[in-house]
Write a protein that binds this ligand. Structure first.
Ligand code: FES
Length: 198
């Protein structure tokens, strides 16, 4: 009389995980899952590592200082005299190098002049001659560089032949809330053209 297993398997073939002579056969699904899991465990750290090292290359480039579209909030209209007298402000922004973000760093200084409720002129206060800082002289209503005596009028125009070009004007936005935003840039000194260097 047949045993129970023979009744279940009349052909007499092995019906479970043991072959006739070889090692136990492994379930295909289990084996496949093990391969996939092992692959993922190897691939995920590798991809994470690649993304980490590629981050400085793929990080979205921002304008100088990393502000909103390259513009940084510098002042409010209320801080600017209505008669157009220039006032110097520092420009602060987050600086980003390959791996780090440095919050609220001073990236430059500018003079702002209020023309009306919508219009403000911004000058980079670096002398276009050789890079000293210009000062505003209220008595003469002009900008003056102490290094080699370059002078500029309130519009930034040259008042002598020492500087190669006028003061460098920067892009400005006056927002509806009265805040004044400047796109800070530095320019190459000693040449007539206005060439951005940062
Ligand atoms: S650097 Fe300003 S006059 Fe020379």
């Amino acid at each position: 009389m047949n045993s129970a297993s023979e009744v279940d398997n009349p052909a007499g073939q092995a019906s479970h995980s043991h072959g006739a002579n070889g090692p136990p056969r492994r379930n295909f699904v289990t084996e496949f899952a093990a391969i996939v899991t092992g692959g993922l465990l190897g691939v995920i750290p590798a991809v994470a590592g690649m993304l980490f090292y590629a981050d400085p290359l793929t990080r979205k480039k921002k304008g100088a200082g990393g502000g909103e579209d390259g513009f940084n909030r510098v002042a409010t209209l209320a801080e600017l005299p209505t008669d157009g007298t220039p006032v110097r402000f520092t420009v602060q922004a987050d600086r980003v190098d390959a791996w780090n973000v440095f919050r609220n760093q001073t990236i430059g200084t500018v003079y702002l002049r209020r023309i009306d409720d919508q219009n403000v002129i911004a000058f980079n206060d670096i002398c276009p001659h050789l890079g000293c800082k210009v000062d505003y002289k209220p008595v003469d209503s002009q900008f003056f560089c102490p290094c080699h005596s370059s002078a500029f009028d309130l519009e930034g125009k040259k008042l002598n032949k020492i500087p190669p070009r006028p003061l460098d004007v920067l892009e400005v936005k006056v927002k509806p809330d009265g805040t004044v935003w400047v796109k800070y840039q530095d320019f190459q000194g000693g040449i007539e053209e206005k060439v951005v260097v940062s």
